[in-house]
Write a protein that binds this ligand. Structure first.
Ligand code: ZN
Length: 125
């Protein structure tokens, strides 16, 4: 006797299907207005971390008025908007740190020098 033949007298015939008992819910019409679609990819801007500790990080070897490394006649100048790195730590209570990485821009070739972040992390761990 097979398992299926044994199951029939015990549980009865299989006549009810789940899809017949519980038909799928009607699919709501998709929104045609593109403005209703949420923007972004779940990331937050650095400005949204209002309670975050902010640290200014200067370049370890370069400063404003230094000669550019990429061209012979350029000079580095500070850039207003710093490079931002956000690190959110999940220990209770949650806290965040925003590092403002100094950026220097050459006035001749436009090269932007920013401090290498991995180096910064290693020094602060
Ligand atoms: Zn340059």
């Amino acid at each position: 006797m097979t398992l299926n033949k044994l199951r029939h007298p015990i549980f009865g015939p299989k006549t009810e299907k789940a899809r017949k008992l519980f038909p799928p819910a009607p699919v709501p019409p998709s929104p045609k207005d593109p403005k209703s679609k949420r923007k972004g990819h779940g990331r937050n801007k650095a400005s949204q971390y209002t309670g975050a500790r902010r640290l200014k990080v200067t370049h370890p070897t370069l400063k404003a008025q230094d000669p550019c490394r990429e061209c012979p006649q350029g000079t580095l100048h500070p850039v207003k908007s710093p490079g931002l790195v956000i690190r959110v730590v999940g220990s209770p209570p949650i806290s965040a740190t925003v590092w403002e990485l100094e950026k220097l821009r050459c006035d001749t070739c436009g090269t932007v020098v920013i401090m290498y972040f991995r180096q910064f992390v290693v020094h602060n761990l």
